[in-house]
Design a protein. Structure first.
Length: 109
């Protein structure tokens, strides 16, 4: 399944930390401050301009960093994608948030 980051998000380095900053309408959807590591920021640079699969990100880590096993890279990428997904940053096809459904009263049906 191809994944992508939602629009309206930028990555900024603040005091040596990388933080994902929502802009425009995303401010209402991404309400938590999300800090990521420098290796996650490396992946973000690729992800912001491409659709991707988890395997693409694992491969990029393997090519960029020495001494990392594929298993460790896959584990770290999985954690990173979960953080993005949990914070409504990734467009992964899963709807999040609250949905209110008004059920008709018996005499309205």
């Amino acid at each position: 399944m191809l994944l992508k980051l939602k629009d309206g998000l930028i990555l900024r380095e603040v005091a040596g930390q990388y933080v994902i900053v929502p802009t425009g309408k995303r401010v209402q959807e991404v309400t938590s401050i999300v800090y990521i590591s420098s290796s996650a920021a490396y992946l973000w640079d690729y992800m912001k301009d491409h659709e991707f699969e988890k395997e693409d990100l694992v491969q990029r880590i393997m090519e960029h960093y020495t001494g990392v096993t594929e298993e460790k890279a896959a584990e770290d990428v999985e954690k990173f994608l979960k953080i993005l997904s949990d914070n409504n940053i990734m467009d992964d096809g899963i709807k999040r948030g609250r949905v209110f459904v008004r059920m008709p009263k018996k005499d309205e049906s």
